[in-house]
Design a binder for this molecule. Structure first.
Ligand code: G6P
Ligand code: ZN
Length: 541
């Protein structure tokens, strides 16, 4: 065992979901080592502990895995359970952490950010509940990165991560497991596999775009091998270190090929995509896109049709910028609906306390209490289960949903990689005005309330400030502006727009047109386009 002297490295502050930087930053000498030692130190040491380790297969994944193993061994860990070839989707890692009763896990991923030597890498720590470390823990990790003086690393050969089974590294056991097996078993326990198999056997066609990322092997095993969907249902199914040069982010912009197929003449019945590490999802019906906020609402309203949720839901939760569509479902079901800051970690306490069953975010994340991460394939399988049980198309289900609950027109406009100061200045400009806005009129709409969202966790009472600026109008429409916490370059501003139409008229408008007054109001209030000199957003979801 070697103890190596080191010095703090600046900027190792975990963001919305772990530490994300350019891969080359992570490749600097001591960078991974410092951060991993800080995690270990801030969580009470590794002595006698068992961890899970895996990642989405991006460039530097295997190298980082060896470093983490050698550090865990040098710090006295008893066992590390690793996915073969250091692969594990984020939900599969969460499942293993829980199922095996471990002390937590290291997940190597920058999620939906591109991968490769010139792109992004990331590392995050999940606690023993299987969820991303809460802010109290990430704050302690960051504090430790600022006063770290040494790290421990075992001088040993690399572990052979291609070989299933146990091997030893110093006094520690490295247990290499099939990354898919336990996860597939979990999915089979939640969904009506026989009915799904019958649906595919009856000619139901789907397309799953794995975007050359981690869900390829999971989707192939579950959809093609176990549910007998047609071979070729899963495309781009081999995980590649650079995701084939693409942007593994399942949204209409980055999964454009899938969108085009679903809007085309010979579209299959159902389309879906997942992101780099497998926790996000996009679902598309034939000729109809499902916004993530609507997806959450439909899943909440219909989850009882799947065996795993037949007993009903305890409650639902959504992040603040996510539309209020799920709130209407919760109201009708007579269950609680919680509004949390952006970031899956904020759902952890609610899930652990048994107060919610299903959670979701506008950022293409949905999940349930089966793990403590959002789960892309889970959402796809729940949709399939609902389609099979109702015997209706995605379009029929969405239209019926809007007729019943009204429609929350919703869109997010992203302005990416603005100069940091500019992004902060635009935020500060609007923040300074908030107090004066209530009662005033913008674009013919009267402001009801305006604030910088703060959240008090109902379980542990912890408070999170500064979680996004929101301006709510008297008709329930709203504008939310916040800075992304996951970017690695400059500042990304996200503008979230929402307008509710009760129906029965006006339920089938073009989304951007329906939101036009809000888009104009947002510009009046924030001067976002004028200040940034950008005439339109980079990404619209
Ligand atoms: C990650 C987190 C999500 C979060 C999303 C958007 O995917 O796991 O919980 O909603 O990032 O974060 P951002 O700060 O970029 O809007
Ligand atoms: Zn992800």
């Amino acid at each position: 065992m070697t103890t190596i002297q080191t010095q703090p490295i600046e900027g190792q502050k975990p963001g919305t979901s772990g530490l994300r930087k350019k891969t080359k930053v992570f490749m600097q000498p001591g960078y991974v080592e410092n951060f991993v030692q800080a995690i270990i130190d801030a969580t009470g040491g590794a002595e006698g502990k068992t961890y899970v380790l895996g990642g989405d297969g991006r460039f530097f994944n295997k190298r980082a895995a060896q470093v983490i193993l050698k550090m865990a061994a040098a710090n006295g860990a008893e066992r590390v359970i690793v996915g073969r070839d250091a692969l594990l989707s984020t939900p599969a890692a969460s499942n293993l952490i829980r199922k095996r009763g471990t002390d937590g896990g290291f997940i190597m991923s920058a999620s939906h950010n591109p991968g490769g030597e010139d792109e992004d890498f990331g590392l995050k720590f999940n606690t023993s509940n299987g969820g991303p470390a809460p802010e109290s823990v990430t704050d302690a990790i960051f504090a430790r990165t600022k006063d770290i003086t040494e790290y421990r690393l075992l001088g040993a050969d690399d572990a052979d991560l291609s070989r299933l089974g146990e091997q030893s590294m110093g006094g520690m056991v490295v247990e290499v497991v099939d990354p898919v097996a336990d996860y597939a078993t979990l999915m089979e326990s939640l969904f009506d596999m026989a009915t799904l198999r019958a649906m595919f056997a009856g000619g139901f066609r789907m397309r799953f775009d794995a975007m050359h990322a981690i869900t390829g092997p999971y989707a192939t095993e579950i959809l093609e091998n176990r549910l007998c969907a047609e071979k070729g249902t899963v495309i781009n199914s081999t995980p590649l270190p650079d995701f084939g040069g693409g942007h593994p982010d399942p949204n209409p912009t980055w999964a454009k090929a899938l969108m085009d197929e679903m809007m085309g003449a010979n579209a299959p019945d159902f389309g879906a995509a997942s992101d780099g590490d497998g926790d996000r999802n996009m679902v598309v019906g034939r000729g109809i896109y499902v916004s993530p906020s609507d997806s959450l609402a439909v899943l909440a309203a219909n989850a009882h049709l799947a065996p795993g949720y037949a007993g009903g839901l305890k409650g639902v939760a959504r992040s603040m910028p996510t539309s209020g569509a799920a709130d209407r479902v919760a109201e009708k079901l007579g269950i609680d609906c919680f509004e949390t800051p952006t970031g899956w970690k904020f759902f952890g306490n609610l899930l652990d306390a048994g107060r919610v069953t299903i959670c979701g975010e506008e950022s293409f994340g949905t999940g349930s209490d089966h793990v403590r991460e959002k789960d892309g394939l889970w959402a796809v399988l729940l949709w399939l289960n609902i389609l099979a049980a109702r015997g209706e198309s995605v379009a029929e289900i969405l239209n019926a949903h809007w007729r019943e609950y009204g429609r929350n027109y919703y869109s997010r406009h992203d302005y990416e990689a603005l100069p940091l100061e500019q992004g902060q200045a635009i935020m500060a400009g609007l923040r300074d005005k908030l107090g004066d806005l209530p009662g005033t009129e913008v674009q013919g709409m009267r402001v009801k309330s305006a604030d910088d969202f703060a959240y008090t966790d109902p379980v542990d009472g912890s408070v999170s400030q500064g979680q996004g600026l929101r301006v709510v109008f008297t008709d329930g429409s709203r504008i939310v502006l916040r800075l992304s916490g996951t970017g690695t370059e400059g500042a990304t501003l996200r503008l979230y727009l929402e307008r509710y139409v009760a129906g029965p008229d006006g339920l089938d408008q073009d989304v951007q047109q329906a939101l036009a007054p809000l888009i104009a109001a947002a510009e009046d209030l924030s001067g976002l386009r004028a200040t940034s000199g950008r005439s339109e957003p980079d990404v619209i979801t």
